[in-house]
Design a protein around this ligand. Structure first.
Ligand code: SF4
Length: 330
């Protein structure tokens, strides 16, 4: 039997499904703007403790403008200005800054601050807090520092069996803001089997941006042969998007910081490419990937939106206070 030749008409239509919402969330936007405003107002250098947000491009761009990223306060000259990242810090970081006479601006996302407050309240009420999150993540370290005697880390469903609490009747759970919604539900279900009186947080800790980006991926997943996520490897919410895509059946999914990292071999047999980006990713990086995709024949782009996002956060009040009290840059 002779098969029909593939003509332009019969060839499958190559296309891109562009997930929306994607990219910058309100907390990242605020944190990046905080560093930019501090640089404009006070001039370089402006010290930033840890990566302001987990994105290579953002960090490189701010470095070029005069931001100096450090791991700890003791790397900041006495009396200098330091900004704390969007992921939040433990109270002892504020104390050490005070001891070094540092001027500080806290760019912690307000939705992370909300989790810190919940931790403090549960601890004050005598609860042990089961914090679902990834060991070593800056946000988890910051939240744990609010009540170290009360908080036990639960790193996913497999971490449930090993958890010890003082009183099974006085336990509550909280979570990191950037987890997989589905996996967290599984973890909570297993925790509730072990601790039937487990108290829920007053509201979702996984933030709106993380949830919306996961829902947007699920919405296009069924039609995609490949899903590319733009984001950095240390960005929790970006990594989760790759996992979500694979879990819901996309045959292949990859995380890239930049368009140059896309391997053309991934396009073998691929008709529909899904594209999205993590909450710390500027849109120009997504546009670079779209250009590359167009160069490989994926010029048709359809945006699929599953939610509108209008949330905006005001800049940190310390920025305004410092702006009022300090001389302008020369
Ligand atoms: S991902 Fe969520 S918690 Fe993190 S900065 Fe953005 S809005 Fe805030």
């Amino acid at each position: 039997m002779v098969s029909a030749p593939v003509t332009a008409e019969s060839a499958p239509r190559k296309r891109v499904l562009l997930a929306a919402p994607r990219g910058y969330c309100a907390g990242v936007d605020r944190a990046v703007q905080t560093v930019e405003s501090a640089l404009e107002r006070f001039g370089a250098p402006v010290y930033v403790r840890k990566e302001i947000v987990h994105n290579k491009h953002v960090v490189q761009t701010l470095e070029e403008r005069g931001a100096v990223f450090v791991e700890e306060n003791d790397e900041v000259p006495e009396g200098a200005l330091v900004i704390f990242s969007a992921h939040g810090v433990a109270p002892d970081v504020h104390h050490s800054a005070k001891n070094r006479n540092l001027r500080t601006i806290d760019a912690t996302c307000p939705l992370v601050t909300k989790v810190h407050k919940e931790a403090v309240r549960f601890a004050e009420e005598g609860y042990d807090i089961l914090l679902i999150g990834h060991e070593g993540h800056e946000e988890v370290i910051g939240t744990t520092g609010e009540a170290p005697e009360h908080i036990k880390l639960v790193d996913g469903p497999d971490g449930v069996d090993g958890v010890e609490v003082r009183d099974p009747a006085k336990v509550a759970w909280l979570s990191q803001t950037t987890l997989s919604v589905d996996e967290t539900q599984q973890t909570v279900a297993r925790l509730k089997q072990r601790f039937p009186l487990l108290l829920d947080p007053p509201s979702d800790d996984i933030c709106y941006a993380t949830q919306n980006r996961q829902i947007a991926v699920k919405q296009i997943a069924g039609q995609c042969d490949l899903l590319i996520v733009v984001g950095s490897k240390n960005s929790s919410n970006s990594v989760r998007l790759v996992e979500v895509a694979l879990e819901v059946g996309v045959p292949a999914s990859y995380l890239v910081d930049f368009a140059e990292e896309v391997d053309p071999a991934w396009f073998e047999g691929v008709t529909t490419v899904g594209l999205t980006s993590g909450a710390s990713v500027p849109e120009n990086l997504v546009q670079d990937v779209l250009e590359l995709l167009a160069a490989h024949g994926y010029g048709e782009v359809e945006e699929v939106r599953s939610a509108q996002e209008k949330l905006l956060f005001a800049l940190p009040h310390e920025l305004k206070r410092l702006q009022a009290s300090e001389p302008t840059r020369p």
